[in-house]
Structures are given as C-alpha cells and as structure tokens.
Design a protein around this ligand. Structure first.
Ligand SMILES: Cc1cc2nc3c(=O)[nH]c(=O)nc-3n(C[C@H](O)[C@H](O)[C@H](O)COP(=O)(O)OP(=O)(O)OC[C@H]3O[C@@H](n4cnc5c(N)ncnc54)[C@H](O)[C@@H]3O)c2cc1C
Length: 369
C-alpha cells in the first residue's frame, strides 16, 4: 500500500493558486497525494505585501529579445489560451475585451517586424491601426482581442475551485520554505515536495519589489487601452469585469517602499488618461474616483525563479513529520513574476507542475530499486 503524501504549496497569490489548481488537476486519482495550500495572505485579506488583489489586470504582450522575454512569451501564450476558455464562466471575473495600444515613441523592439510577429500573432483579431485611426502624436498602434481580470474576484474563484476539488488550506506565516515540510497533519502523510510561490521568495538576493500606484474610478469603459506618452511613461485603462469600475495606471518604482498613495501621482495619472479616455456623456469629462491603489510587484533580476532545489531537512524534536531522516526533499520554486503575474500565470503553473511531476516520477523509480 503506497504511503500518503502531502504536497505543500506556499502562497495564495495568483501564481500559488493557479499552480495548486493545475497540480490538483494533474495528479492521478490513485496517487495517494493531496495538496495543502499554506499562506499568510488570502483573497479575503489586503496587505501591501500581497500583490495579487491590487493588479489591474490585463493581458498585453511585452516584446523583447532576451531569453527571459522569450520564456515569458511562451507562458503568456499558454495563459491567453486558458483565459479564452475561462472567460466563458462569468464567475471567473475574466472578460474578453478589445485591447488597443497607442505609442508615441516606440522602442526598437516595436519596430522589429519579427518581434511583433512573435509576440502579437497569437492574438485573435490582431492588426495594425491605420493612420487615420490613431490620435495625434501616436505613430504606432495596434488592436486585438484580449482579456481583463477583476483580480479579487478571480483569486476567490481559483481558491473556491481548489477547495471544491478537495484541496486543503492553512493560514500560516512561514519563517522559511523548509518549515513547510512539517505542516502535514494526521493521515495526510509526509511532505516530500514543497512548492514555493511566495511572490518575493525567502531572502533571495535577486528579489526586489516594484511599487505600483493606480487609481480605481467608477467610469466605465469597454476597451483596455495602453498608451506610451512622448516622455516614455506609460498610461493604461483597464475595465474591471462585473461592474468593478476601471483601473487607471500606472507607475513602476523599483525598490520604492512608500506604502502611501501620492495625490500628485493620482493627478498626473488622471490628467494623462483624460486626454484619451472615452468618457460617457453624463460624466462631464471627469473621473469619479473610488480609491488610490498601491501595490508591490514581486520582481526578480533575470525573471522568475522556476527550478528545483534539493534539500535535507532536519527532523528535530517535534512531530518528525518532515519524514524519515529528512532526506530526498525538494523545493520547487515559482516566484518573482513582477508586473505580469496574471498574464503568465497559467504557463508558469504548467512549468512548475512539470517540475513537480518529474520529481514524483523520479522518486517512484528510486523507490522501486
Ligand atoms: C498596481 C499593479 C498593477 C498590476 N497589473 C498587472 C496586470 O495588468 N497584469 C498582470 O499580469 N499583472 C499585473 N500586476 C502584477 C501582479 O499583481 C503580480 O505579478 C502577481 O500578483 C504576483 O503574484 P504572486 O502569487 O507571485 O505573489 P503575491 O500575490 O504577492 O502572493 C504571494 C503569496 O505568498 C504568501 N507568502 C509570502 N510570504 C509568506 C510567508 N512567509 N509565509 C506564508 N505565506 C507567505 C503571501 O501571503 C501570498 O499569499 C500588477 C501589480 C500591481 C501592484
């Protein structure tokens, strides 16, 4: 009779929840493995150090030439395909909308036709805007079908699905990922694999935060528009499905730990957006502000850490649940999504789950010897 085993997933942000769900869907029915999701913050809570509820969030390609941007593109395209089917269920908080981009001074990668094909061709309805369709000052413009996410609704949706499929949860603040090897309870067996989707990781020197400030307004819109201004700054508007208003953004401040929204930043964001936002007649050309939003994107130099770390875990004097001799343990890392956690989420979860399952397979082979 195979022993029961618990796989612990750390983190209930969009990366941890998606990974837990994909893992749950990928485990064979007779695997004797269950999943425990452990996190300090949950979709019902708000904390500056919990990025996911604060996101816009929309899906927008980010062309580039680095290995990181090509890897992210594969993850993004997997997510685009997933969003296409997930949005059929309105309860997901995902909706299909028109995406429009207006650039006044496009960086080199936007002028490279091969890069544009690599990053934009998968988008339904993609085409360049004609000159007469672009506002004054804009020299590069495209439109395509894309997706917007009401982030708090979507997080709750993922969590609900995970629980309904038998997933277990525990609110717990970990001092480090190794502590997670001790969190299995009773019948659920030992922990051999911990999946680290903690956003910024635990003391990783490459990790840093990118502060973002946006403004949630009541004014409705049906399109997500991204505009690069002549000074190189970016503005965007993102409709939140299910009448959640519109997010007007946004700033990017690496290592900026200021928790307070700046009124001056709000005024700049809204003034920039006012130039192109499609106000309804009754708004009188003004924004109806609900609140300012400040969030910290969990970034990492070189991009996400998605890899396996083999660890020995000391058994200690407690329950000893970390398992016999504490050997053969693995931490599968999946953190550091920066400003693209939603749009990469399904692809990232796929990559992390592959690493978890490969290890499970190897463990089984070893056990047979
Ligand atoms: C203003 C703003 C706009 C954004 N817009 C977009 C957008 O349009 N599109 C897009 O794709 N992304 C967007 N993002 C980025 C997106 O929000 C992040 O990439 C994403 O939320 C990261 O998710 P995560 O699960 O990795 O981390 P988080 O959401 O931060 O979750 C981390 C989880 O780990 C847990 N955890 C951490 N440490 C511990 C510990 N010690 N013990 C126990 N649990 C722990 C936390 O409690 C939490 O549950 C935006 C972000 C901001 C701030």
């Amino acid at each position: 009779m195979p022993e029961n085993e618990t796989i612990v997933v750390i983190g209930a942000g969009v990366i941890g929840l998606t990974t837990a769900l994909r893992l749950q869907q990928s485990l064979p029915k007779n695997s004797h493995k269950s999943i425990l999701l452990v996190a300090r913050d949950w979709p019902t809570t708000t904390s500056l150090n919990y990025a996911s509820p604060w996101a816009g969030a929309h899906y927008r390609p980010v062309p580039g030439k680095t290995a990181q941007s090509l890897r992210e593109e594969t993850q993004a395209q997997a997510t685009y395909t997933y969003f296409k089917s997930a949005c059929q269920d309105a309860a997901s908080g995902i909706a299909k909308v028109e995406g429009v981009e207006h650039l006044e001074n496009p960086p080199d990668e936007y002028r490279d036709q091969t890069a544009i094909e690599t990053y934009y061709d998968h988008l339904d309805g993609f085409r360049y805007l004609r000159k007469e369709e672009m506002p004054e000052g804009v020299v590069w413009g495209v439109r395509y079908e894309t997706f917007v996410v009401n982030s708090p609704v979507y997080l709750a949706y993922l969590l609900r699905k995970f629980i309904l499929l038998g997933g277990r949860t525990r609110e717990y603040t970990l001092a480090g990922p190794r502590e997670a090897f001790y969190l299995a309870d009773g019948e659920s067996g030992n922990v051999r694999t911990v999946v680290n989707c903690s956003g910024v990781g635990f003391g990783d020197e490459k990790s840093f935060i990118i502060r973002g400030q946006t403004c949630l307004v009541r004014n409705p819109t049906t399109t997500t528009l991204t505009r690069q201004n002549a000074d190189g700054t970016w503005s965007f508007s993102i409709p939140r499905p299910l009448d959640g208003g519109t997010i007007i953004g946004g700033t990017k401040g690496p290592n900026d730990w200021d928790p307070n929204p700046s009124l001056a930043v709000r005024e700049t964001l809204l003034a920039n957006a006012k130039k192109w936002f499609p106000f309804t007649e009754e708004s009188g050309g003004e924004f109806d502000v609900v609140r300012d939003i400040v969030g910290r994107r969990p970034a990492r130099e070189g991009g996400m850490r998605i890899e396996v770390e083999h660890v020995d875990v000391g058994v200690g004097g407690g329950s000893g649940k970390a398992g016999k001799a504490g050997k053969g343990k693995r931490i599968v890392h999946g953190y550091g999504a920066a400003g693209r956690g939603y749009e990469l989420s399904w692809g990232v979860a796929g990559d992390v789950v592959r690493l978890v399952l490969e290890g499970e397979e190897a463990g089984r082979e070893k056990a047979k010897l």
